[in-house]
Design a protein. Structure first.
Length: 288
């Protein structure tokens, strides 16, 4: 896998995907800030919680990993938890790991750091200093679930970086303090100065679970070899270090961010809705 990436903006004139994704990431982050403020200071409680457990009116959405952990640790199945997990699971099954690339607050922070870094470095090449094997992601998921079982406590409920952002904001508004676990988020943001999506690529169990559920997703980035000139701009642009020109958009690792689509000057990549599921050989991805 390549360890370098070009941090300059895409050459393609079509930047609408990037704008849309950044707007959604910013809106999702803003929701995390506004929710506790509205709950606490204005008494408006239509929306409550954060992305581990989010209540919108009567609807409750529960993060699949935290829900699974709670079921495994308690060895009891709570129907409301299952119902709350359903919508995120269906979304991942159809669209893949889009929560990661379009909603997650960690992605928002990482993208902010990447934008700042690109601005500081201008057109210099960025060298990703920490490139590991992609399969680490699956080990992170299995390890996290096993550890929770052994300890008898749902670890990710307390230590999930995507959840911690919302929890810290809630604590700051309600108790005017922060929890020490928030240091994990600071660490991830600092690491982002040296590498790209290090935590998301290799260590996030939630990202791994969503990738697994979305392995046979219907929304994929399709590559058109007849248009491809092999310039590899897409590979340089991919935040996960994938090789779209070699078909890695179809592996479970791809989170459908669309960055490679914008970076291609020949429009050889495009979002496609598949009517049949992905071939078995592409489910997990076979390259490291
Ligand atoms: S991998 Fe984890 S931290 Fe990264 S974007 Fe996905 S859920 Fe968020
Ligand atoms: S292959 Fe393309 S869509 Fe998939 S993660 Fe990389 S840049 Fe995003």
């Amino acid at each position: 896998m390549k360890g370098t990436a070009l941090e300059s903006p895409p050459k393609s004139s079509d930047r609408s995907l990037r704008t849309m994704r950044r707007c959604l990431l910013a809106a999702a982050f803003l929701l995390l800030i506004l929710t506790p403020l509205l709950n606490y200071y204005a008494g408006i409680t239509f929306i409550q919680g954060w992305y581990q457990s989010l209540g919108i009116g009567e609807l409750r959405l529960i993060s699949p990993l935290e829900g699974l952990e709670s079921i495994l640790v308690s060895r009891q199945i709570y129907v409301p938890v299952l119902i709350g997990m359903l919508a995120p699971l269906v979304l991942a099954a159809l669209l893949g790991r889009v929560f990661c690339s379009w909603v997650c607050p960690i992605s928002f922070l990482a993208e902010a750091v990447a934008t700042l870094r690109a601005w500081i470095m201008r057109k210099k090449r960025f060298h990703d200093r920490l490139v590991l094997g992609k399969r680490l992601l699956w080990y992170a998921l299995v390890g996290e679930l096993l550890l929770s079982l052994v300890l008898g406590a749902p670890l990710f409920v307390f230590l999930s970086p995507p959840g911690l952002v919302g929890r810290e904001l809630m604590l700051a508004v309600y108790s005017h303090r922060l929890a020490w676990e928030g240091i994990l988020v600071v660490g991830i943001v600092v690491l982002e100065l040296l590498t790209r999506r290090f935590y998301c690529r290799y260590f996030c169990p939630l990202g791994a679970l969503l990738a697994l559920v979305g392995a046979k997703r219907r929304l994929v980035v399709a590559h058109r070899p007849d248009r491809c000139t092999g310039c590899a701009r897409c590979a340089q642009a991919c935040p996960l270090g994938l090789r779209p020109e070699l078909g890695e958009t179809r592996t479970a690792y791809c989170w459908n961010c669309g960055t490679c689509i914008e970076s291609c000057p020949d429009r050889a990549l495009q979002f496609t809705w598949q009517t049949s599921t992905l071939p078995l050989s592409n489910e997990i991805g076979n390259k490291d």
